[in-house]
Design a protein. Structure first.
Length: 64
C-alpha cells in the first residue's frame, strides 16, 4: 500500500477540521455537518480502489 494515500487522507482530515472550526466560530453550524460529510465522501472515494483490490486478493487466496 502506498504511503501517499495515508498522507492525502490526513490532509483532507486536517482541512475539514479547520473549515469546521471556522464555520462553527462564525455561527454556521448547518454547513459544518455538510462539510464533514463531504470530507468523508471524498476520503471514501479515495479508499474504494484499495478495498476492491483487497477483496480481489482475498478471493484469490481462498479460491472463492
Amino acid at each position: 500500500m502506498e504511503i501517499d494515500i495515508i498522507f492525502k487522507i490526513a490532509a483532507i482530515g486536517i482541512i475539514v477540521a479547520v473549515i469546521n472550526q471556522i464555520l462553527t466560530r462564525s455561527g454556521r453550524d448547518e454547513y459544518t455537518m455538510i462539510t464533514t460529510i463531504a470530507g468523508l465522501i471524498i476520503a471514501l472515494m479515495m479508499i474504494i480502489p484499495y478495498v476492491s483490490s483487497l477483496f480481489s486478493y482475498i478471493r484469490s487466496v481462498f479460491d472463492i
